[in-house]
Write a protein that binds this ligand. Structure first.
Ligand code: FDA
Length: 399
């Protein structure tokens, strides 16, 4: 064994969790190597938050995460919380601002966050190698882990899998971490694209195309879960924050329900309009609340035979049915845009086989899983990065 290629810890993946973990472990005095198959590290950080990286959220709670065992993320999230990461960002004098719902973004560029992580790695004298294909990983009790790669062989006492999820394959996402987990006897929970737009094959496809670019503040629900935010009609279907949030909870084949006027009792509103504006047309009254183009589509769907009928002539029962449709518009996505545009991967390495305190494998001593490869997925709004930081911190203390 050449000492030159032996490390205390090797981290597979130089993304958010891998770089953060590497810097912390290096600063603890460990000899750390990061291996990444991409040509550059931190690509997803750079594209995140529209280039401004929504790096955490002021209101992080375990309820913002999906995991088969909802208790699993609690320990890591409390050991390294959003305030600790904000403190680090402030130490680097990175200008940032809050957008809605406690979401924190860089003022200038996501590059600031990547540069901060790289500076932390430098402080820890971390070695980083890119364009590295890992061919095999094996473990021997005295030597630890041995990795045969396109850049030579490397060994280490600890191995951290931080290779992320499957979303955006063009940015270097691979299923390598999942395969490695299985190699060491870990089970995987089914993986699907999360935080992803919905697609449609029925009439909604045409409506979305025609309304492309329109954003509307709605409440969107599926099964027992609802979110209130903007929906965005696009050429491909429905997107926008409310859709991305709900996609984490949507099951293929299920309906979604859209309330177009979540602050109003729509039936009462329409009946009131009927008495106050007897000669008006329903579409003109609704256009005070919703974009005209959307109202025109809704008219075709829900009251075509009364399109040119004065309010006074529309039976109450019809207005009540229209109101029901506007407050609970039932839509059936044909699917999602998939990993091509998804922000995250749901499912992954089963947390039953990991320590919630250290992220260590219960099957293989010295093996750790952090970040998105683990079955922990956050809501939209900086929660996924906070999981990356928190799980990285947890592991870094125990390498
Ligand atoms: P991450 O994906 O960051 O890193 C994995 C690394 O492993 C990559 O560098 C990859 O090249 C490398 N790798 C993969 N396979 C490998 C292999 N076989 N060998 C070696 N290396 C390998 N979250 C959030 O909180 N706020 C936000 O604003 C956004 N915005 C956003 C936008 C877009 C477009 C996407 C796609 C995602 C987001 N996210 C987000 C989600 C966030 O980017 C994500 O949750 C974290 O980057 C996950 O961090 P990881 O370290 O787990 O993986």
């Amino acid at each position: 064994m050449s000492l030159v290629n032996h490390y205390d810890a090797i981290i597979i993946g130089g993304g958010a969790s891998g770089l953060f973990c590497a810097g912390l472990a290096g600063q603890r005095g460990l000899r750390v190597l990061v291996l990444d198959s991409s040509n550059k590290v931190g690509k997803k950080i750079l594209m995140s938050g529209g280039g401004r990286c929504n790096f955490t959220n002021l209101y992080v709670t375990p309820d913002n995460y999906l995991c088969q065992n909802p208790h699993f993320p609690k320990s890591a999230l409390s050991s390294y919380n959003q305030w600790q990461f904000i403190e680090l960002v402030e130490r680097y004098q990175i200008p940032y601002h809050e957008r809605k719902h406690g979401e924190l973004f860089c003022d200038d560029s996501a590059k600031d966050i990547l540069n901060m992580l790289l500076a932390e790695c430098e402080l820890g004298q971390v070695a980083i190698k890119t364009r590295c294909t890992i061919n095999t990983v094996s473990h021997q009790s005295e030597q630890g882990f041995n990795l045969v790669t396109s850049l030579g062989s490397f060994s280490a006492k600890s191995l951290v899998v931080a290779s992320g999820g499957l979303s955006i394959p063009t940015m270097g996402a691979t299923g390598f971490g999942y395969e490695l987990a299985q190699q060491f006897g870990h089970s995987l929970l089914p993986r699907t694209a999360g935080l992803v737009p919905f697609t449609f094959s029925d009439h909604i496809k045409g409506i979305s195309e025609r309304l492309s670019g329109l954003a509307v503040d709605v409440e969107l629900s599926t099964a027992n879960t609802s979110f209130r935010e903007n929906v965005l009609f696009t050429h491909r279907g429905l997107s926008g924050p409310v859709v991305l949030q709900l996609s984490n909870y949507w099951q293929p084949g299920a309906l979604i329900t859209m309330n177009l006027l979540p602050d109003s009792d729509i039936a009462a509103l329409l009946l009131n309009y009927k008495s106050q504006h007897a000669k008006s047309l329903l579409r003109n009254l609704l256009s005070q609340h919703l974009a005209k183009a959307l109202v025109a589509e809704l008219q075709t769907l829900f009251w075509p035979q009364y399109a040119d009928t004065a309010m006074a002539e529309i039976p109450d029962a019809v207005l009540k049915t229209v109101a029901e449709n506007l407050s609970a518009w039932q839509l059936k996505p044909s699917g999602t845009e998939g990993y091509r545009t998804a922000e995250v991967t749901l499912g992954g390495v089963n947390t039953d086989e990991l320590s919630s305190k250290t992220m260590a494998s219960k099957n293989q001593p010295g093996l750790f899983f952090i970040g998105e490869v683990v079955d922990v997925t956050g809501h939209l709004g900086g929660f996924n990065f906070q999981w990356a930081w928190a799980s990285a911190y947890a592991a870094a203390q125990y390498l």
